[in-house]
Design a protein around this ligand. Structure first.
Ligand SMILES: Cc1ncc(COP(=O)(O)O)c(C=O)c1O
Length: 389
């Protein structure tokens, strides 16, 4: 029997849908998957080559828990170059097996039981369980379709109490594609400073951004010392299965995260870290090509979704998801997801998986071919028409 700690964590609705879609495919049913949380392009060759080389040279043993110094240095250079923040590679950066692990360690490192952690919603599925594992209390901040799911300082302020310890920010956002910038970012930073909060900034979609420019909250005055910046290689370099991420923060936080790693994962995979250096130091042309393609698909899918009667979809400014409101057809997004899978052969993710604020919405990943996107929307439209009758 699972521990009470684990029993508190709700099983994911996404897994249920993914399993059903897989089973249908295995039966030979033509299912178009718009559920993917990963780029559809291959990992760039120069990154693979760096891994092959490392393995050939016998770089196959435990590394320092915090990650190899050369990779930490490459990460520090990247943060200096892109985010204009200086971090000491030996003290203020930790390499992790994925951004997810870095986020989990960050929450564990700073939250005491009962601490409130603010989470803007709709939000990525793993933040709430992470806070629950740490015995903290997730406090959700609603964001709304009418505002383009933008988070405002006022909305954050309303949820701050004496118990608030941190806020988890995710820009560009999964699932909404909203980007945090300008006045909102400044207002949130001011609140963090005024109330002594830590910002855990999940910047995994930083490079997959369209009209906007990514601004790291740690670069705002007074925020470097109260931000844990988390990033990784999964989305930018199509490396989801490689499991490589990192965090940058003050020494005491990195030391705490390192202690967790020491007694759980030991170290990130040795040769994958070598590939990480190649990703950061090699040509970034691969990223530009991928983002250009994503932008084309985004424009197409958002247009098509808005053409479906009574469906609305805010244009996402980042990531590779369209988050569309289907509540005119069915308010229960899991029910609608099942319906679309069965009747249209299209797999999407129910908005409810991203919290209460996501109910009535569906998340459609456009990390798939334009042909699949066109076919999927056509089929969905047909099935919805039948639903109307
Ligand atoms: C918002 C967000 N953060 C973090 C992650 C995890 O990334 P990684 O593969 O580096 O663990 C994901 C992956 O889907 C994500 O969507």
């Amino acid at each position: 029997m699972a521990s009470s700690r684990v029993q508190k964590i709700a099983p994911s609705a996404t897994l249920q849908i993914t399993a059903k879609a897989k089973a249908m495919k295995a039966q030979g049913i033509d299912v178009i998957g718009l559920g993917a949380g990963e780029p559809d392009s291959d990992t760039p060759q120069h990154i693979k080559d760096a891994l092959y080389k490392a393995v050939k040279e016998g770089f196959v043993y435990y590394t320092p828990t915090q990650g190899i110094p050369e990779l930490r240095k490459a990460i520090a250079e990247k943060l200096e170059r892109d985010n204009k923040i200086s971090y000491a590679p030996d003290k203020e950066i930790i390499v992790t097996p994925g951004a997810k692990q870095a986020l989990y360690e960050a929450v564990l490192a700073i939250a005491n039981p009962g601490d409130e952690i603010l989470i803007p919603e709709p939000c990525w599925v793993s933040y709430e369980p992470m806070v629950q594992f740490a015995e903290g209390r997730p406090v959700f901040i609603p964001t709304y379709e009418k505002d383009g799911f933008r988070l405002s300082g006022e909305a954050v302020e309303k949820k701050i109490t004496e118990k608030t310890r941190a806020i988890i920010l995710n820009s560009p956002n999964n699932p909404t594609g909203a980007v945090l910038d300008g006045d909102a970012l400044k207002a949130i930073a001011d609140l963090c400073i005024e109330h002594g909060l830590i910002a855990i900034s999940d910047e995994i979609y930083e490079k997959i951004i369209y009209e906007a420019k990514h601004v790291s909250i740690a670069s705002l005055p007074g925020m470097r010392e109260r931000t844990i910046t988390v990033n990784g290689f999964s989305k930018t370099y199509s490396m989801t299965g490689w499991r490589l991420g990192y965090a940058a923060a003050l020494q005491e936080i990195i030391e705490a995260m390192n202690r967790i790693q020491e007694h759980s994962i030991s170290c990130p995979t040795s040769f994958v870290q070598k590939a990480g250096i190649a990703a950061l130091q090699g040509s970034q042309e691969c990223v530009a090509v991928m983002v250009k393609e994503f932008r084309k698909r985004r424009d197409a899918i958002v247009k098509k979704l808005n053409e479906i009667p009574n469906v609305t979809c805010v244009k996402p400014r980042g990531a590779f998801y369209a988050f569309a409101n289907f509540s005119a057809y069915e308010k229960d997004s899991l029910k609608l997801t099942n319906f679309l899978l069965e009747k249209a052969g299209v797999a999407v993710i129910p908005g409810a998986a991203f919290g209460k604020m996501g109910e009535g919405f569906l998340r459609l990943s456009y990390a798939t071919s334009m042909e699949n996107i066109n076919k999927a929307i056509e089929r969905m439209e047909g099935a919805l028409r039948r639903l109307e009758k």
